[in-house]
Ligand binder design. Structure first.
Ligand code: ATP
Ligand code: MG
Length: 521
């Protein structure tokens, strides 16, 4: 008889553990537990209540009871001790339990006569209660309590599992969100260095979608090139051979976006090992450092350009001044005047360079103030051309503006600077001479001024770049001529500050025509 009983109990418990492992839905498992516990103890009804974070109890599963009236069970949950010793459970009782049952019984209108209650305990702390009721007089025995204890244990395990699962799920969601939305690129590789996770920032950086990347070997997606040697870091040395969890690897290099842009990245790789010391994952944090690289390059260009451009006029000035000062020499009038002219010219050049540099750095700080007024560009062009005529005998300078050329609203000094820069370039970059023509025309909305020369011209692929700061087209002429590569940068800035546009039409050997357009008022 007892054997039968134990056998049945074992079967029930086995079913429950199967249910616990097979599904993580807590309510289903608890419902099964309370049903079997009531059947095992020949009870009539039962319930499982879980303790909430605020200490109150909430009925999570019931059997043989009206489920829609949970508040009527409240008296059962009064005065329950929260800290429990495992050893005491066999003798554990709730104070005034019978009285509480009577209250509930009256409230529900159910003839409950006997009750047994046991706590659900995890690591000495109470997480819930299980209650079984009978409607007839036979009291619950010690054996019944023991049987119930094993159901209580199962229920506690189910609750614990569900909570852990919930925690892990939440943690995973949180991590997924962090990875997905991180400003840095994040890539997780498996132990064979195939991509498992590829976040949004990386998609943007590479132009490769996560869908395409996942499952592919890392080097296919991420062909990192060493900047100096151009060798592929991913393939050649395969640096990802980690031996210990503390190892880190940081590499910098270039990757090519699918749209052709070259992006400089710094990648920090860190390994993840399992408990047996096997490499499970490699986590790569990819940061776009293109801007830093550009800033670095800009700084070194700046320093080399400046030192070169400043040195030339300074050494000329010093050379001529030193010669003139020699006490053992008598200089005729002509030599004196020519030498002083060189000193004056070179000082002007220095002055110009310093002005340009100041303008360029002001522009970088975002401040180019215009002193606005009406400007007659045809007059301004005539004056500028006049000034340059004295500087060259090789070039023919011509002016071509219609008589009714409209005035524009602008800063006349800045616009004079624009014309000067364009004219000085036209002269500088047509070493064989030729005609330099400054012309104007207007349509309904715009006023156009063009400066054209018959010089060396500019290859198509350079035409955008020449407006960048410090950019000079590489050629034997540019190596011979002086220039910081600031002129056109300033031209563009001034014209754009006037809401205008500037561009160039040119082909190598065919001369160049620079045009700027300003809005008519
Ligand atoms: P800076 O004007 O600062 O003294 P720069 O003349 O070299 O120096 P920019 O005026 O900005 O600098 O011009 C940039 C580059 O564009 C030049 O170095 C030259 O290679 C090219 N360039 C400019 N104007 C012409 C032109 N008219 N014909 C051919 N190339 C030109
Ligand atoms: Mg120039």
């Amino acid at each position: 008889m007892l054997r039968d009983y134990q056998l049945r109990q074992r079967e029930y418990l086995l079913e429950i553990s199967k249910a616990i492992t097979a599904q993580l839905d807590l309510d289903t498992v608890l419902r099964l537990i309370i049903q079997y516990a009531v059947e095992m103890l020949s009870g009539r009804a039962g319930l499982i209540a879980l303790r909430q974070d605020d200490g109150s109890f909430h009925v999570r599963a019931s059997y043989g009871l009206p489920a829609q009236l949970p508040h009527l069970f409240a008296p059962l949950f009064a005065d329950i001790p929260y800290q429990l010793e495992r050893a005491d459970l066999a003798r554990w009782t709730l104070p005034d339990l019978e009285m509480k049952m009577t209250l509930v019984s009256a409230a529900l209108g159910l003839p409950l006569r006997q009750v047994v209650a046991l706590p659900l305990v995890i690591r000495n702390s109470l997480i819930g209660m299980i209650y079984i009721f009978r409607t007839e007089g036979v009291a619950f025995s010690t054996n019944d309590r023991q049987v119930l204890a094993s159901f209580a244990d199962q229920a506690a395990i189910a609750v614990q599992n569900a909570r852990l699962y919930q925690e892990v799920t939440n943690e995973k969601r949180r991590l997924d969100a962090i990875i997905a939305n991180s400003g840095d690129g994040i890539m997780i590789l498996d132990h064979e260095l195939r991509v498992q996770v590829f976040n949004k920032a990386l998609e943007a950086m590479t132009g490769v979608s996560a869908k395409r990347a996942i499952g592919r070997p890392c080097h296919e997606i991420f062909d990192l090139h060493n900047r100096k040697e151009g060798t592929s870091i991913c393939k050649s040395e395969c640096p990802l051979k980690f031996k210990s969890p503390q190892e880190r690897l940081y590499v910098e290099g270039d990757i090519t976006h699918r749209d052709g842009r070259v992006i400089t990245v710094g990648i920090a790789y860190s390994p993840l090992f399992d408990d047996d010391g096997q490499l499970v994952n490699v986590i790569a944090n990819v940061r776009d450092i293109t801007r830093f690289r550009e800033a670095e390059e800009m700084k070194s260009t700046f320093i080399s350009v400046i030192s070169h451009e400043l040195k030339t006029p300074v050494s000329l000035i010093k050379g001529y001044a030193g010669t003139l000062r020699r006490e053992d020499a008598q200089w005729d009038e002509q030599t004196l005047r020519e030498s002083l002219a060189v000193i004056e010219e070179e000082s002007d050049r220095l002055n110009q360079l310093i002005d340009n540099l100041l303008d360029a750095s002001r522009l970088q700080a975002g401040a180019l103030k215009l002193e606005l007024g009406y400007v007659a560009l045809d007059k301004l062009a005539a004056q500028t051309v006049e000034k340059f005529r004295t500087q060259t005998r090789q070039h023919m300078l011509s002016l071509d503006f219609p008589p009714d050329f409209p005035v524009v609203w602008g800063d006349s000094e800045r616009l004079r600077q624009v014309l000067s820069n364009l004219l000085s370039n036209a002269i500088k970059y047509s070493p064989e001479g030729g005609t330099i023509r400054v012309s104007g025309r207007a349509d309904e909305d715009w006023v156009y001024v063009a400066v054209s020369d018959e010089g060396i011209g500019i290859p198509k692929e350079e035409q955008e770049l020449i407006f960048d700061r410090f950019y000079r087209v590489e050629s034997s002429l540019s190596r011979r001529t002086q220039g910081a590569g600031l002129g056109l940068f300033l031209v563009k800035a001034v014209i754009e500050a006037h809401q205008g546009r500037v561009w160039v039409e040119s082909a190598p050997g065919q001369g160049a025509t620079f045009v700027f357009a300003l809005p008519r008022r």
